[in-house]
Design a protein around this ligand. Structure first.
Ligand SMILES: *Cc1c(COP(=O)(O)O)cnc(C)c1O
Length: 460
């Protein structure tokens, strides 16, 4: 085609068998829009470039528009980073039963707020409460949309216009805009800081009680460690002091494990049960960190305090939806039945033996006929156990342009997220689900063959 007059019309394009096929896939209106935009682009660029693509070129432009408009931005990926609770990659993968539970309520009606026995309105809060109480021994429990919401709700319901005592060493920023002092401000509570950055003493808390605070808050540091000349009173000591003065103590555990991480060669992440035993009146933690369930915020503790939270208007604004509650209940049942280690993917990944990981990495290297298997480290992530690592084995590939290679892996379907170890591309089997291995190998193969074909810029 030489001039704009040779361009086909939208109608002519629509008659092609390609366009007819796309109408079946993408719908008529969207396909017409793609044809129109492809033609418009040619008209605009003609002014500068003086060239016109042939019909095949036009069609391929329209197709890439259609693909771009309809490809979900939220899609599954293969996590080969070795970071188990990767916040950017959706944190905890769900167990099979959790997934099935969500699916079973997704496509139809459910007892979300319906009491089958009474035949009348029920509460969505019951779906998490009984099982949470049974696992933790807490008097009461509730689930909301996420843990940031849980903290905001508790502070708003219990401490609005009043003081909340917190150690300076716990005024943390978790990431994603969650900063304890900001959440405090948002809730209307007044920050009463005690101690110094590195040390806080029981007497600091004692002195702060003269301000008649509404709450003492302890926040898990989550993503950093305090080393050196440091001290903090034990939870039980703070609890005893709080209870003498009739002030509730809340523990924001962040990840909040129900199992002891020390059993897996990791440091000890404070457990939810320990926090309750030490005397916390309320404990809140995430559903999708070490619990290994859906995004949620769990609050357990004293019945009178939880009742206040349930009644607060904010509770309605941050309530959990039916998919979350179904998956959460199924996840919690794994703990109740003592099968979390086998059934919850996060714990299966934590428990995976280095030898098993080595075998998997060797299997990948054999399938690719490339790469080496070397010792490395996986991390838990998700604001738990900062600085702690699990010994693993990595498949490492030496390629000419490692960053370009990582980009190619991200363009695979499903996309593969790997990392660099020095100049090597490293893939950690710990976080790759076994059913994703064929996809991983296929993606690696095509990235490797593409890397071979690309001529490298010569030095000099
Ligand atoms: C992660 C974390 C939160 C936020 O939890 P989300 O479930 O992500 O909202 C709050 N507090 C602490 C201490 C955390 O580690």
């Amino acid at each position: 085609m030489k001039s704009l007059r040779d361009l086909p019309s939208v109608d002519q394009l629509l008659q092609t068998s390609e366009m007819q096929g796309w109408i079946a896939i993408y719908g008529r209106a969207l396909t017409v829009e793609a044809a129109r935009q492809a033609l418009n682009r040619v008209r605009t660029s003609f002014a500068q470039e003086n060239t016109i693509p042939d019909q095949a070129g036009l069609l391929s432009q329209a197709q890439s528009l259609l693909k771009g408009w309809t490809t979900p931005t939220l899609q599954p990926v293969i996590n080969a980073t070795g970071v188990i609770l990767h916040t950017n990659l959706g944190r905890a993968p769900l167990s099979r039963s959790a997934m099935q539970a969500a699916q079973s309520v997704a496509s139809g009606y459910s007892t979300l707020e319906y009491d089958l026995e009474k035949g009348q309105r029920g509460s969505r809060l019951v779906h998490a409460e009984a099982v949470l109480r049974r696992i933790t021994g807490a008097e009461a429990a509730m689930a909301v949309n996420n843990n940031a919401g849980a903290v905001l709700l508790a502070l708003s319901a219990l401490a609005r216009r009043r003081g909340v005592v917190i150690a300076r060493s716990q005024l943390v920023e978790i990431g994603g805009g969650f900063r304890v002092p900001d959440v405090m401000k948002q809730s209307g509570a007044r920050l009463v800081e005690v101690g110094t950055t590195n040390r806080v003493h029981l007497s600091d808390y004692e002195a702060a009680l003269e301000e008649k605070p509404a709450l003492i808050l302890r926040a898990h540091r989550s993503n950093f460690r305090l080393l050196g000349f440091t001290s903090e009173p034990e939870m039980a000591e703070i609890a005893a002091l709080a209870h003498q003065s009739g002030i509730p103590l809340m523990d924001d555990l962040g990840s909040g494990s129900l199992l002891d991480t020390a059993r897996f060669g990791l440091g000890h992440e404070p457990t939810v049960q320990e926090s309750l035993q030490a005397g916390a009146d309320l404990v809140c933690f995430s559903g999708d960190k070490l619990l290994g369930g859906p995004q949620a915020g769990l609050i357990i503790g004293r019945a009178d305090l939880v009742a206040k939270l349930k009644k607060h208007p904010l509770a309605r604004a941050i309530r959990a939806d039916k998919l979350c509650l179904a998956a959460l209940n199924a996840t919690l049942l794994h703990y109740l039945k003592g099968e979390a280690e086998e059934e919850v993917p996060v714990w299966r990944m934590i428990a995976a033996s280095a030898e098993r990981l080595r075998q998997r990495a060797l299997g990948w290297a054999a399938a690719l006929e490339q790469g080496q298997v070397i010792a490395g480290e996986s991390t838990v992530g998700g604001g738990s156990l900062p600085g702690e690592t699990l010994p693993t084995f990595l498949l490492v590939l030496s390629v000419k342009s490692p960053n370009r290679f990582l980009e190619r892996l991200r363009q695979a379907y499903p996309p593969i997220i790997a990392r660099l170890q020095g100049e090597l591309v490293a893939l950690d089997p710990r976080t790759v689900m076994t059913e994703q291995e064929p996809g991983l190998i296929a993606g690696l193969r095509s990235a490797l063959s593409a890397a071979k074909k690309t001529p490298q810029p010569t030095q000099g």
